[in-house]
Design a protein around this ligand. Structure first.
Ligand code: SF4
Length: 414
């Protein structure tokens, strides 16, 4: 009789519409599934906690082991819920937890979730297997028409806020990926795609596949390493030729770095990208105080690039009850970096400013207005407001028609 292992993705707070989105697919479990199948082990995948009719199918599967994945440390409680649930359903099965949280905080994971075993790091044997996409049975609302691959594991850098070094301590680049490409939409999950020593060869093979219409577009889940781009600026053009969408670079440190970031953006623009399609990654609620982050935001406005903002949480944060609609949240609810002067109100204000600014950049619009966004005014009014030359005149006009307005070019406090 075949051995049976149930693979579980806990009920993470991912909106239903994003479940099969390329950022949220349990790709590690899908590779492990293929690996286990190759060893003659029967597998099933459950996403969330089984309920109702699905229980029957899973109950009759009656696995000897349940392997549960984990993600961010601050989503630990969902892993705990999954362990409790499957321990209750299969009291004789061994419950194993792996993934990011398990690797970062193995002792906490063991104690907090009550699992039988913690597996740390990447299961390297599974890495060479093509993910078992067939296990994603509910392809609504996003069919899996894309493929996730890695050209490297690990990273050459060691940024203090990043945990890659702990989970993937050694940088392991591949020299070719063309044989792995099976779908026309390709998402690279590398931590640092450009750091691969064979990057030029890889980009050239991708360009060849693109020319032969085997590739429609590519995306990199992480940002491109701007320092590598500066050392080898011709890579900007190669990325564009491959069809990489929405390229992102990171601006982690202070405002003083702006010339360097401007050069990196310039390389992407010379490569053929429009500034509106370029994103600058920014970590906020971290060491850079609010006002300086606002100056960075305004620089991005001048460059007309979008911002991919990321709220900082320490690597060992085990909860996150951040609620954008709730006022006066505290450190009891989520991590607020008070050490650098951040408050709940500043965190929410920065997020709000970035959102409004990105809308302006995307639509090449000089200001943001709620009534305009919700289309509560005629198109002609919107057009007229855009055509008015100076900011002062615009404000007068908006006041006349009693529309709210926000201009991205000034620091905006709560
Ligand atoms: S470059 Fe990116 S992946 Fe590498 S250590 Fe820094 S943040 Fe992490």
């Amino acid at each position: 009789m075949k051995k049976r292992i149930l693979l579980v993705e806990p009920d993470f707070p991912i909106p239903i519409k994003s479940k099969n989105h390329k950022n949220f697919l349990p790709i590690g479990l899908l590779k492990i599934a293929s690996y286990l199948r190759s060893k003659g082990i029967e597998v099933k995948l459950v996403r969330g906690i089984t309920k109702g009719i699905t229980d029957l199918d899973i109950l009759s599967f009656n696995p000897q082991e349940v392997w549960i994945t984990s993600l961010f440390t601050y989503w630990a409680k969902y892993v705990k819920d999954a362990v409790r649930h499957y321990k209750h359903v299969f009291p004789n099965a061994k419950i194993v937890v792996g993934g990011i949280y398990a690797s970062f905080m193995p002792d906490h994971c063991k104690k907090f979730t009550g699992c039988d075993e913690v597996k740390e790091g990447v299961l390297h044997e599974a890495e060479k297997y093509f993910p078992a996409y067939d296990l994603i049975t509910n392809a609504n609302p996003h069919p899996i028409d894309y493929q996730i691959i890695h050209t490297s594991r690990g990273c050459i850098r060691n940024c203090e806020f990043c945990g890659v070094k702990k989970i993937e301590p050694n940088f392991k680049p591949k020299s070719s990926v063309k044989e792995e490409i099976k779908k026309r939409k390709v998402v690279f999950y590398d931590n640092n795609f450009l750091a691969n020593t064979h990057i030029e060869d890889i980009l050239r093979e991708l360009i060849d596949l693109k020319k032969r219409k085997k590739i429609l577009w590519c995306e990199s889940q992480s940002g491109f390493d701007g320092r590598v781009l500066k050392e080898r600026p011709y890579l900007g053009e190669l990325l564009k030729k491959v069809g990489f969408r929405d390229p992102r670079i990171a601006w982690d440190w202070g405002y003083g770095q702006f010339q360097e970031i401007e050069e990196q953006i310039g390389i992407l623009r010379t490569g053929g990208y429009n500034s509106q399609d370029i994103y600058v990654f920014m970590l906020y609620n971290w060491e850079i105080p609010f006002e300086e982050m606002e100056r960075k935001r305004i620089k991005c406005w001048e460059w007309k690039v979008q911002i991919a903002d990321c709220r900082y949480r320490p690597l060992d944060q085990t909860f996150d009850e951040y609620n954008p609609w709730k006022k006066d949240q505290t450190k009891e609810d989520y991590h607020i970096h008070t050490e650098a002067g951040w408050t709940d109100a500043l965190v929410k204000q920065f997020r709000k400013n970035v959102r409004r600014q990105n809308i302006c950049v995307r639509h090449s619009f000089p200001f943001f207005s709620n009534v305009f966004e919700k289309k509560r005014v005629e198109k002609e009014v919107i057009r007229a407001a855009k055509l008015i030359k100076t900011k002062e005149e615009k404000i007068r006009y908006l006041q006349q028609i009693q529309a709210d307005y926000w201009f991205p070019d000034e620091i905006t406090y709560p």
